[in-house]
Design a protein around this ligand. Sequence first.
Ligand SMILES: [Zn+2]
Length: 275
Amino acid sequence: MPELPEVEITRLGILKRVGGRRCTGAVVRETRFRKAAPANLSELLKGQCLRSIERRGKYLIWSFDRGYIVSHLGMSGVMRVVDPKATEPVKHDHIDILFGDLAVRYHDPRRFGFLIWLPESQDPHDLPEIAKLGEEPFSDGFTADRLHSALANTSLPIKEALLTGKYVVGVGNIYCSESLFEACISPLTPANKLSTKRLERLVAAIRQVLTLSLQEGGSTLKDFVSAEGEQGYFTLNAKVYGKAGKPCSCCGRPIKKIVQNKRATYFCSHCQRRE
Ligand SMILES: [Zn+2]
């Protein structure tokens, strides 16, 4: 599943190749997604300049002259910039947005993602799914103090609380296990039992883990143009995720795997403390 770093790299890749260009049309081969894509996307977009793209959580908000595209990659989506004349669409290549000799191609086998158009009279930040998002992990608003007050009313284990996305966006299942390991916090700790001091370490750990993944993704950015099909999600150099039974990189004891709210959690019960 694409996580925040893939979405951010997608944003940067699209901007680098076609930012500032005028749209010359679109090809919509499929409209059935989590939200229906407009069949008349070509008419809507033609002649408009792609001014900027903002990322909010895992949503991308593309600003054009007279409105916005809002897109999400869902479970299996990939967006790549291709030369549409040289690259025949393959199965699940559902939408091309054309910018002269380049196209942004949206590929999504499971179609849980979406790509919609909003006229300029509608603020994309008011969409319910965007309005309810938690803080951006790299924003000034994501601090231990604020997190401490936000978590005061939840006794959910910290791992489950983070995964709700209510407190911070972009910390998916893998990044969650990794960040808690870096912060030496047990995933089972009730969220409202964490001191501001421990949350400071968590905030720093989340930023560190996401930064590493972004750097890794940045090094694959050069492949952004030619990549095809389903490849392209980053393989984080995980320390605990997927490492059940393997020695902890810190103490050598075996990494444990448990299930929390139907999601796998990996941790070291020696290094990661509840208190
Ligand atoms: Zn350990």
